[in-house]
Design a protein around this ligand. Structure first.
Ligand code: HEC
Ligand code: HEC
Ligand code: HEC
Length: 140
């Protein structure tokens, strides 16, 4: 009997020591994800196909462009592969239609926009606003 109690105590001690180690390992893996909110950032975190009340809404960047009247034709695969980087091939330096001019008002004056600067941006090590998607693509 005493032996069994001893074993139980030993087991408890071992468990008490190791459980936090296992939990810690899981936390480390999620830590970056959580602190940087990786899954809530970048254009495609919002611009994707969404199902709401059994209805399907296509908010992909390609679909958004299809809804813009008189927009020049763009390649669907290119948008899927490169996202906003593809848009920027034209929109980086386009005068009044440059993204640095039009993207902010499109979002900040919409009642549907619930993001913030860091939904689209990251801050570079120099302290400058860069696009999150560019950082993810390794271009900043
Ligand atoms: C946090 C969510 C969110 C993120 C991130 C986001 N958008 Fe949007 N975007 C919206 C919403 C909401 C609208 C709808 C605005 C409206 O029509 O009221 C929108 C609309 C648009 C439109 C349509 C404008 C039009 O005239 O029809 C474009 C283009 C667009 N976004 C591009 C982008 C790009 C490029 C990025 C990344 C740099 C981005 N968005 C990131 C939520 C987001
Ligand atoms: C091949 C060049 C090109 C590419 C690539 C391109 N655009 Fe455009 N876009 C244009 C031109 C040209 C206009 C201006 C049309 C005009 O002045 O009426 C425009 C206009 C727009 C406008 C402004 C519409 C308005 O209110 O006048 C939005 C928003 C836009 N593009 C979003 C996008 C998004 C999002 C992408 C990427 C998925 C994209 N564009 C890719 C050429 C391009
Ligand atoms: C919906 C996406 C989105 C949101 C939200 C957003 N931005 Fe931007 N921002 C952009 C895009 C796209 C550009 C153009 C990038 C380019 O031309 O390379 C840009 C450009 C900029 C630039 C210019 C950087 C340069 O290249 O010179 C600054 C500064 C900036 N944003 C600040 C902000 C601040 C501050 C906020 C929050 C109040 C904010 N942005 C929110 C998408 C966004």
């Amino acid at each position: 009997m005493r032996k069994r109690i001893g074993l139980i105590i030993l087991l408890s001690v071992v468990l008490a020591l190791f459980i936090p180690v296992f939990v810690q390992a899981g936390e480390d893996e999620n830590f970056e994800e959580e602190i940087l909110h990786l899954d809530e950032r970048g254009c495609t975190s919002c611009h994707k196909v969404v199902e709401r009340d059994g209805k399907v809404f296509d908010y992909t960047l390609y679909a958004e462009v299809q809804r813009i009247e008189d927009h020049p034709a763009i390649k669907k695969e290119k948008v899927e592969e490169e996202g906003v980087l593809y848009c920027l091939v034209c929109h980086e330096d386009m005068g009044e239609k440059s993204f640095k001019k039009i993207i902010h008002p499109i979002h900040y004056f919409s009642e549907h926009f619930e993001g913030n600067c860091f939904s689209c941006h990251d801050i570079s090590e120099k302290g400058e606003f860069v696009l999150f998607d560019e950082v993810q693509a390794g271009k900043e």
